[in-house]
Design a protein around this ligand. Structure first.
Ligand code: ADP
Length: 427
């Protein structure tokens, strides 16, 4: 081959290789640009392609941009639907929870957040981390297997706080195209009902227990008297009848206190407010007690501010509250103890105090003594004719007047029972 021809061949080969390299680089840049456009989900213009790549690349660019547009539209549509769904669920009073195939929370409405206020940012969390309840996890499993009961009561425990929820669950097709079924739950807060049920059960158990002892004593003595009163010595008959009378009186007090409590707790507690002068009311109560044989062994003192202005209150109910406190002071302190009745103005309320220097109340019992049927010493209270309802009645009376009742005590030194009455409560 002549030298000139060889040089020409080398030149042509070099030019072709250079051109091919340039084109390859342009194509690499084009692929990168398309990849970035897809990642950023931004349309790509033909003009942004490196020059002179040809019609096929223009078509690829247009098709990719159309796909990006379509994906954006579908995303917006889905977001719109989810927003709509969220708005709809948000307006529901029922709490709604949707979890995906891997038990991640996909949707939780406002009502759910209200049931579980301590659980924040529940969305996206795994169920077992967000809402701790073995019962609920079992319920989720059962729903997935299609074996769930139509409605289930489930307890959620958060520290010392327990929430009871009635759950209805149903599996739904996965919205993410996955294989595992999603699940939708409607939750209804029944904590209040549960608490009321427990209170009712406890109350019925307490009342039955209180009734049982005097009734069985009365029954036993009546049977003995019925069978053998002819040959029974008069003294024994007398003793038996007195025991029956004492237990009948106990039943009577219990029923009286129960009726009083039930009236006070009803929607119409029968309050008859009028303008009451506390110094006069307390003087009457003390005069009455001073004349009772039960108070003879005690020293009663009054320290009532005579200038206390009249306040709106039901005088009979306030009298009952003071009497219950005085009865207790007499019942639970030994003969010779001192009992002080005080009343003074403090801010916008009058505080009445019944103080004694008796045995006092242990600190552990103090927060409970206003609860129904709570007694520090059960035997002693019953022996003294107590029903366990006296302080509960005081608390209710005072609350109906817009005030509150509380107690302070130093064991071995005495107790002070206080109640406050606002001076301008509309009773
Ligand atoms: P009870 O009918 O048993 O007296 P209360 O509700 O009036 O019921 O009182 C609840 C409990 O509080 C009593 O059983 C008694 O143990 C305790 N208690 C009340 N007042 C006094 C007091 N002044 N001193 C000591 N303990 C008291």
């Amino acid at each position: 081959m002549p030298t000139s021809a060889f040089v020409l061949l080398v030149l042509v080969l070099a030019t072709t290789l250079g051109w091919a390299l340039l084109r390859l680089r342009s194509q690499q840049r084009a692929v990168r640009s398309l990849q970035q456009a897809i990642v950023r989900q931004q349309r790509m213009l033909r003009e942004n392609l490196p020059g002179a790549l040809g019609g096929a690349w223009d078509a690829l660019c247009d098709a990719t941009s159309d796909l990006i547009d379509e994906a954006t539209r579908l995303r917006e549509l889905r977001a719109g639907h989810l927003a709509q769904l969220e708005a709809t669920l948000g307006s529901l009073r029922e709490a709604v929870l949707v979890i995906d195939g891997s038990s991640r929370v996909v949707l939780a409405n406002q009502a759910l957040q209200e049931i579980f206020p301590h659980t924040n940012r529940i969305l996206g969390q795994r169920l077992e981390g967000a809402l701790r309840s073995v019962g609920f996890l079992n319920c989720v499993e059962a729903v997935r297997r299609g074996a769930a009961e139509p409605q289930q009561e489930v307890e959620f425990v958060e520290g010392a706080h327990s929430t009871w929820v009635e759950v209805t669950g149903t599996p739904i097709p996965p919205l993410d195209g996955g294989k595992e079924a999603w699940a939708l739950f409607v939750l209804h807060d029944i904590t209040r009902q549960k608490k009321l049920e427990a209170m009712r059960r406890e109350f019925v158990a307490n009342v039955s227990h209180e009734l049982r002892t005097p009734l069985s004593v009365i029954k036993g003595y009546v049977e003995t008297l019925t069978d053998g009163h002819h040959e029974m010595p008069l003294d024994d008959r007398d003793k038996f009848l007195r025991t029956i009378a004492r237990h009948t009186e106990r039943l009577n007090s219990l029923l009286e206190d129960l009726l009083t409590l039930s009236r006070l707790e009803s929607t119409s507690p029968g309050l008859r407010p009028e303008s009451v002068s506390l110094p006069a009311l307390l003087a009457d109560v003390l005069a009455d007690y001073g004349a009772r044989p039960a108070a003879a062994a005690h020293r009663l003192h009054a320290a009532v501010d005579p200038a206390l202005a009249p306040l709106p209150a039901d005088p009979l109910k306030i009298t009952q509250a003071v009497e219950n406190l005085l009865d207790n002071a007499l019942k639970y302190t030994p003969a010779g103890s001192r009992i002080d009745v005080e009343a003074r103005l403090r801010d916008r309320e009058i505080v009445v105090t019944v103080r004694d220097n008796g045995p006092g109340i242990p600190a552990a019992d103090l927060p409970h003594i206003f609860e129904r049927f709570y007694r520090v010493e059960k035997g002693r209270s019953r022996e003294k004719g107590g029903t366990g309802l006296g302080l509960s009645i005081v608390k209710h009376i005072v609350q109906l007047h817009g005030g509150r009742a509380w107690a302070e005590s130093t064991p071995g030194q005495g107790s002070a029972f206080h109640f406050s009455l606002p001076i301008n409560h509309p009773s």
